[in-house]
Each structure stands twice: as C-alpha cells, then as structure tokens.
Design a protein around this ligand. Structure first.
Ligand code: UFG
Length: 340
C-alpha cells in the first residue's frame, strides 16, 4: 500500500483529501500542528473512510522533526497543504507567513531529497493570477504581483518547487491552483471550522443562517458583473479532494515526463455573491439575513478557471453543483450545532 504524507491533513481540504485517499487504497500519514484544526478531525476521517491515519503533531518549521519523520516512515509521495491562509493577517504579520509557509516547504523538500521521495503535490491558489485580464483563467495566464504576503508565499512556493526540480532530476512536482473551495462531506460530518469570525463567504452565510451572526454583508454591488456583486469559481471540497488523488496517482504511476506541472482546479463557472445566496436559500429553504455594503479592500471583480487542462491532462472534472455546495455546507453547520 502506497504511503502518502499529507501535511496539514487535519485542515479543511487536507481532511477531505485524506478521506478520498484512503477510499482509493492509499495509506495516509498526517503531520499537523493543530494551529487551525482539532484532533477530533482524526475521528471524523476514520468514521468516513474506515481507517485512522497515522498522526504526528509538530511544526514543519522544525527540520529535525521533519527529518526524523521521513526516516521513520517509508513515504511514497507528499501532499503539502500545511500553511497559514488568512489574507488580512498576512498583511499584518508577513514574517509569520514567510516563516510558516516557506520554511516548512523548504524543510519538506530537503527531507524528500534526503530520503529519495520523488513526488510532491503543492496547494497553490488562483490568487497567483490576481485580477486576470482575460477570462477564463488558463494555466498560461500571466502571474501578477501578489496582493498580500499570503499570496506571495504561494507564488514563491511554486518557484521553490521549480528550482528544486532543476536541482533534483528525480523530483516531480504538481502545483494545484485552487479557485474557491466550499462545501462539506455529503454526510455533513466533515467540513470547514473557521476560528473566530469567518473571512470567507460560505462559512459566513451558514453561521448567519444558524444565528451566530446578525447578518451577512455583501461586499460590493457595483462590479461589472451579472448583478453587480463579485464573481468567483466556487468548487466543492470533495471534488477538490478527488483532484489530489488524481495528482498523486499521476506522480506515483509516472504518468507524465514533465518534472513540474500546474493545474487550475475549479468548475469553470463563475457565480456572483448574490447567486450563491440565492442557491443557499433555494437548496436549504432557510432565509438569510443580508445587506449590501461597500467593496472589500483588495477584492477582485471576477475570476473563473479554464478547466481544459485539468479535464484533459489530469483526467479530473468537478462534478458537484452550486446547490450541492451550499446545501452540504448547511448540513455541516447544523451538525456542528448538534455537537454543542
Ligand atoms: N464576501 C462577502 N461577504 C462576506 C465574505 C465574502 O460579500 O462576508 C464576498 C467577497 O467580497 C468576495 C466573495 O464573497 O467577493 C468571495 O470571498 P471569499 O473571502 O470567500 O473568497 P476570496 O475569493 O476573497 O478569497 C479566496 C481565498 C483566499 C485566496 C483568494 C484568491 O479565501 O485564500 O480566494 O485565491 F487568496
């Protein structure tokens, strides 16, 4: 059984990916510092996949611990999720982001080389494109200067991978540029648990609907879009998780000669904030209290992916609808309430 190290494996996308990997016959080993997740995620992964991953809690900034881990386990490939991801916080504390996101990646790449581990999948983001001049966004769309230190860590992370593939001819790396991951496992028993007030749209919607927040503010009504609200390519987290299984397969089965590849992961459809709200209300039958507010600093007007490369080359296609995204997010929010 192939052993896959999933760093950040108790996080939102990491935990869904762990479930899909186990379902596809991989052994999952998780390293997470639990800085933005909790240990009970392991129970959820076990319940939903039938197997409990190996787990160690430490910071990947600790290179000695990373080296020990690689020596202890015979890893076949790595999926590197572990990173901080709050855009606003990264502007306030840039060094926190550079240290955590980039030193960790360097330590993982060093340990991989030392232990002859030759495949890595990296969590990147559509943030590397900024506001693209042409839509949909293909993988050849020019990278724009990052709008936050967080975004810059994703750009630099991709460059670190490329440099390492030049230095180490055995290494193969796949960077996956996520659009806007939302939704939850169909059981409603695994999803996103943001700490504090959520920055992102979907958890803010579900927390408002359940009464934790007074109202959702829709940031910006004068964008040049279908209804004036901003447009994003929302992708169901389980579809996203399945793309990681495809990427790992591609590395392990040497399906590509290329040492470094990039794929956009989205549905190819842009939806406005208003359309997401309408989908939530329609798919759940729950009313949502919202009002219109000025644009949020740093927001782009619209973005959505070209999915041609992911479909044709990676052999993956997002299958779930916007209604499935909003209704599963709601199921998960209710499940969280039932645990209180
Ligand atoms: N929005 C609201 N009200 C809210 C929250 C969000 O109207 O309370 C709007 C935003 O203004 C934006 C849209 O909903 O127009 C989506 O916002 P999110 O914060 O959910 O997502 P972003 O597209 O801003 O950010 C996401 C990731 C970032 C990443 C970025 C680009 O959260 O980590 O995509 O890749 F940097």
């Amino acid at each position: 059984m192939k052993k896959i190290l999933v760093t950040g494996g108790t996080g939102y996308i990491g935990s869904h990916t762990a479930i899909e990997l186990i379902k596809n016959g991989y052994e999952v080993l998780i390293i997470d510092d639990l800085s933005n997740s909790t240990i009970d995620v392991l129970d959820r992964i076990e319940k939903l996949s039938g197997k409990r991953p190996v787990f160690e809690q430490f910071k990947l900034r600790d290179s000695a611990k990373v080296d020990d881990f690689f020596e202890d386990y015979d890893i076949d490939a790595v999926i590197h999720f572990a990173a901080y991801k709050a855009v606003g916080e990264s502007v306030q504390f840039p060094m926190k982001y550079y240290k955590n996101n980039l030193v960790s990646l360097a330590n993982v790449l060093d340990a991989m080389k030392e232990n002859n581990v030759s495949g890595i999948v990296f969590s990147s983001s559509c943030t590397v494109y900024g506001q693209p001049d042409v839509l949909p966004v293909t993988e050849d769309t020019p990278i724009k200067p990052a709008e936050s230190p967080y975004g810059r860590t994703k750009q630099i992370g991709e460059e670190m991978l490329q440099d390492q593939t030049v230095a180490d001819t055995n290494l193969k790396a796949i960077a996956l540029r996520y659009f806007n991951p939302v939704g939850a496992h169909e059981s409603g028993e695994n999803g996103e648990s943001p700490t504090g007030v959520p920055n992102n749209l979907m958890p803010f919607i579900t927390q408002t609907a359940i009464g934790m927040r007074d109202e959702l503010k829709v940031f910006g009504t004068d964008y040049n879009t279908v209804d004036g609200t901003a447009v994003r390519d929302y992708i169901h987290v389980v579809d996203l998780a399945k793309a990681h299984v495809k990427a790992v397969e591609r590395l392990i089965e040497s399906k590509s000669d290329k040492q470094y590849e990039v794929f956009n992961l989205g549905t190819g459809n842009g939806f406005s904030v208003k359309q997401v709200i309408d989908s939530f209300v329609k798919s759940t039958g729950v009313e949502l209290n919202y009002s219109y507010a000025p644009r949020r600093d740093g927001d782009i007007e619209q973005t959505y992916a070209s999915t041609t490369k992911a479909n044709d080359v990676l052999g993956w296609k997002a299958e779930k609808t916007l209604d499935e995204m909003t209704s599963s997010a709601w199921k998960w929010e209710q499940y969280l309430l039932s645990l209180k």
